[in-house]
Design a binder for this molecule. Structure first.
Ligand code: PLP
Ligand code: COI
Length: 341
């Protein structure tokens, strides 16, 4: 199969229309078979639930070309499960796990020529999403839904690539206690648009959100979880009911413990202790591991000893091991790699 003529090594994190996308309709209480279509546009009622009351959830995962030329995805079963949790919280029908994985397989296969080659540093981003389709004017869930998956080849999420980021502590909150911070709903991202633009206008790459109840504990950024490293080499990640349970973070904790023999802690992290850490990074499907060099809280700077030039040594080992597993250079734990044949 011939690859598209794309400058793989210089891709950013943007949208490029690929050949096919998957669509399934939910009507009369059930999902249909689902199809692949070339049509990338959607026609909707002006009163669709998604347009009026933001009834939409989504996922994000990637397909990679491995060292030996296979096309694989990483733990798609966990994306399927998380999307089921997101849907339930917004009173949407769940899209069954087996159907989700089958749809991923179909859509990646149909866009094989867009999967970046091994060694290019790029990957095929896969975006499953679901939204309320029919007209609703009173505040209530829709009766009809569409589930779709499109793909787009991407490079690094942050423009600086592997250069450490500078974050600021946001005065805005990301998620309320007992709210929707732990699901992947579009509404969480809509509310982050103003804070992220403010951060950019002030010269920062991203926001660090604190817990909205006490504003003393570290939560996450708009699109990634935090990882820290202590002086004695322990990997620490915030535990909170109001952050997205990152699949990358869950995988990295396992890698840290089982592959690298590091101590790991998932616990509440007070902002006050952040200055004690020696490394900091953001982790997620899009972010992979993006190093953080500096965090600014109302003019007060926390500079990590790992500096502003490169990733710290522990983050680098985590990064190399995780990407090694994803690219087939390192043997994966059972069930982590799903080959698209
Ligand atoms: N946190 C938020 C708010 C996100 O949007 C994402 C991206 O999916 C993550 C964390 C990382 O999650 P994952 O590793 O499952 O991609
Ligand atoms: C992902 O990492 O897949 C996400 O959905 C994050 C998003 C901010 C691009």
């Amino acid at each position: 199969m011939e690859k598209k003529n794309i400058d793989w090594g210089n891709l950013g994190f943007g949208y490029i229309v690929t050949d096919k996308r998957y669509v399934s309709e939910y009507r009369d209480g059930k999902w249909d078979e689902g199809i692949l279509t070339e049509k990338s546009e959607i026609v909707l009622s002006e009163c669709a639930g998604v347009l009026q009351y933001a009834q939409t959830v989504f996922e994000g995962l990637k397909a990679y070309t491995t060292q030996d030329g296979k096309i694989v995805t990483f733990r798609p079963d966990l994306n399927a499960e998380r999307m089921m949790d997101s849907a339930k919280r917004l009173e949407m029908p769940v899209f069954p796990k087996e159907k989700f994985i089958d749809a991923i397989e179909q859509v990646v296969k149909a866009n094989m020529s867009y999967v970046p080659p091994f060694g290019s540093g790029a990957s095929l981003y896969i975006r499953p999403y679901m939204f309320g389709k029919n007209a609703v004017i009173g505040v209530k869930p829709a009766d009809e839904y569409q589930f779709r998956i499109f793909t787009t080849p991407v490079g690094p999420y942050f423009k600086s690539g592997a250069k450490p980021l500078t974050l600021c502590v946001s005065d805005f909150d990301r998620a309320a206690p007992h709210g929707t911070g732990n699901i992947k709903a579009g509404l969480n991202y809509a509310m982050s648009l103003h804070p992220i633009m403010e951060a950019h206008r002030n010269g920062f790459d991203e926001n660090m959100y604190l817990d909205s109840a006490t504003r003393t504990k570290v939560e996450e950024t708009g699109g990634a979880n935090f990882l820290f490293v202590t002086k004695d080499g322990t990997v620490v990640t915030p535990k909170s009911d109001t952050i997205l349970p990152s699949i990358t973070r869950r995988s990295l904790l396992y890698v840290a413990e089982k592959y690298l023999g590091l101590k790991v802690e998932e616990r509440e992290v007070y902002f006050e202790e952040v200055r004690e850490f020696v490394e900091c990074g953001l982790c997620g499907t899009a972010a992979v591991i993006s190093p953080v060099g500096k965090i600014v809280n109302h003019g007060e700077e926390i500079c990590f000893p790992s500096g502003m030039e490169k990733m710290g040594p522990v983050m680098q080992r985590l990064y190399d091991t995780l990407t090694g597993i994803q690219m087939g250079r390192i043997e994966a734990p059972e069930g982590w790699i799903y080959e698209i044949k």
